[in-house]
Design a protein. Structure first.
Length: 88
């Protein structure tokens, strides 16, 4: 059974980049693309698709970014992870 594909939009790309504390240049380097491409995704001019969308999903998963979850759930999940780290 295949996993559902994330549909990356401008807000999702920007949120991932900010979650990772990267500039557009740094994210572009991670993805092997141009800074202009990241800018176009973040302004909604284009959407990531194909291999770029899949790579964003992989990077998001490795960074602990929960794409597609409502902001409140994302915030609660982040708070939960921080609390777990403090306890360990």
């Amino acid at each position: 059974m295949s996993e559902p594909k994330a549909r990356w939009d401008a807000g999702g790309v920007r949120a991932l980049r900010k979650h990772m504390r990267l500039s557009q240049d740094a994210l572009a380097e991670e993805l092997g693309t141009r800074q202009q491409t990241i800018s176009e995704w973040e302004t909604g001019q284009y959407r990531p698709r194909g291999a770029s969308a899949r790579l964003l999903s992989i990077i998001a998963e490795r960074a602990g970014f929960e794409y597609g979850t409502p902001p409140d759930r994302r915030r609660l999940a982040a708070e939960h992870r921080r609390a777990e780290r403090r306890l360990s």
